[in-house]
Design a protein. Structure first.
Length: 496
């Protein structure tokens, strides 16, 4: 079977397909370890060309000078083109990422297209602000006639944006760079993960189909050489990165000499607080399902399970019972609930952290190894630890695998303290029969979002981002475009 979007011959630069000077990389299906396609690999020469194209398109092209509504019309055409390829994109994600079909069709493909529509709807607002009329003395003639004037605050694009994305939700992450950057009037150089290049290159095909002006969107694959150039080149005005906090810190350091703006969506070690009055069966089912999402490769997943000691034993038994029912395997089978990790390197990291947790005294109650009978692919079991101390590495470090740790508590105050005792602050959750109390607790959690009793299941119109080492800035929501814009105050006299 030929996987869609795996036959690109080059990189997308300045509105055309450009041959990549480097070798091609074999891109693996992580469930089967078979090659789904050979991707062109970019280098510093290609990155320079992409930056130059984006710079010229911004400085001399029509894109930043268009009205917001004109740019939105191009993005509406993009949405229509992507929507018509939903099935093909999902097939690619299943093969390129190894994500189960249920998660792929909703979280990997459907939700991103919803975010695009929401951003288009919100872009129709006029963000210009007219400040109150101001009457002041003339500084050059204090005794003379006073001056009257006003101020209008407008928003303008920042310039050239470098978007660097991860492998876990590539279509979502790539779209989350393209949509706000382009809608706001910027030009963009997009660099995807070397593991998932096709999920980015497909946007070159879309850009050509909708007639996007040349240089507005450029797509360059490659490794650290390309990434380093994008974060240091003075022609780039803003870097938007999604990935680990370690790499995010390195990007800030690389961007500092040229004083670039940075927008970072980073890691998490999010806590789910299960109060004594929570619905244990429902909460346990949700907790196990969350751990299984994309084999735990999600920055906002709730992996620290803080459970009131009076119900902890019942919860642990229930969550293990649910985890046993999850079918793990090749996600080309629609019945599979959880696929593999992305590569052997990631599985080795997960297995190392599992062994470390056992050595530090955590009690393994489910999983901990590789599923029987799966000799090909980078599979791992859903793993759950009990008797975890929040100071253990398994409770403080992001695993990026389907590993949950149960931590007991005796009071709401203790639960909040444990939840906030983390260098991360991306997401959180509270399960309780007392919704009012849960809301009060949510207000004390130091995280960019908190799901009370499961939340709404949607975040289309909500700003998402992190506290502490979980990032800088917000994605989605009514102010999403502001991350990619500058404010300008225009002062003018009235009456002459």
């Amino acid at each position: 079977m030929t996987i869609p979007f795996t036959s690109f011959d080059g990189l997308y630069i300045d509105g055309a397909w450009a041959e990549a000077a480097g070798d091609r990389d074999d891109i693996l299906n992580p469930a089967t370890e078979t090659v789904i396609g050979r991707a062109p690999v970019g280098d510093s020469i290609a990155a320079h060309a992409a930056i130059a194209a984006a710079r010229d398109a911004f400085d001399n092209g029509v894109w930043p000078r268009m009205a917001m509504a004109e740019r939105a019309e191009f993005l509406r055409k993009m949405h229509a083109a992507l929507d018509g390829r939903r099935a093909q994109i999902a097939t690619l994600i299943v093969a390129e990422v190894g994500c189960s079909q249920g998660v792929t069709h909703t979280m990997q493909v459907g939700n991103p297209l919803d975010h695009l529509l929401a951003a288009l709807n919100q872009s129709a607002r006029d963000d210009s602000v007219r400040l109150p009329i101001d009457v002041t003395a003339d500084p050059f003639d204090p005794e003379g006639a006073k001056k009257i004037g006003g101020t209008t605050v407008v928003r303008e694009p920042v310039g050239v944006v470098a978007g660097i994305t991860g492998y876990n939700f590539p279509f979502l992450l790539n779209l989350a760079k393209i949509v706000p950057a382009l809608l706001a009037g910027n030009t963009l150089v997009l660099k995807p993960s070397p593991f998932t290049p096709f999920s980015a290159l497909l946007f070159g095909e879309i850009a050509q189909d909708i007639g996007l002006p040349k240089g507005v969107l450029n797509i360059v694959t490659g490794g650290p050489e390309v990434g380093s150039l994008l974060t240091t080149d003075p022609r780039v005005d803003l870097v938007s990165f999604t990935g680990s906090d370690t790499v995010g810190a390195a990007i800030m350091a690389q961007a500092a000499p040229t004083l670039k703006r940075v927008h970072l969506e980073l890691g998490g070690k999010s806590a789910l607080i299960v109060r004594h009055d929570a619905d244990i069966a429902r909460t346990a089912a949700m907790a196990a399902a969350v751990l299984s999402v994309n084999a735990g490769q999600g920055c906002a997943l709730l992996t620290r399970l803080l459970v009131h000691n009076s119900v902890r034993a019942k919860f642990v038994e229930a969550v293990c019972d649910v985890a046993r029912q999850f079918r793990i395997g090749d996600p080309s089978d629609p019945a599979v609930a959880m696929g593999p990790l992305i590569r052997e390197s990631q599985r080795s990291k997960v297995e190392h952290m599992i062994a470390q947790a056992r050595d530090q005294g955590a009690k393994l109650v489910h999983g901990g190894g590789r599923p029987a009978g799966l000799n090909k692919g980078y599979f791992t079991e859903i793993t759950i630890f009990d008797d975890v101390d929040n100071r253990m590495n398994i409770a403080q470090e992001e695993v990026f695998g389907p590993v949950g740790c149960v931590i007991g508590f005796d009071s709401d105050e203790e639960a909040i303290r444990i939840a906030n005792d983390s260098r991360y602050g991306l997401n959180g959750g509270i399960e309780t029969a007392d919704a009012a109390k849960g809301y009060e607790m949510a207000m004390q959690i130091r995280a960019g979002s908190v799901m009370l009793n499961g939340g709404t299941g949607r975040m289309t119109y909500a700003p998402i981002g992190g506290y502490k080492r979980s990032g800088i800035g917000r994605e989605y929501g009514p102010d999403w475009l502001h991350e990619y814009q500058n404010q300008k105050s225009v002062f003018y006299p009235i009456g002459r």
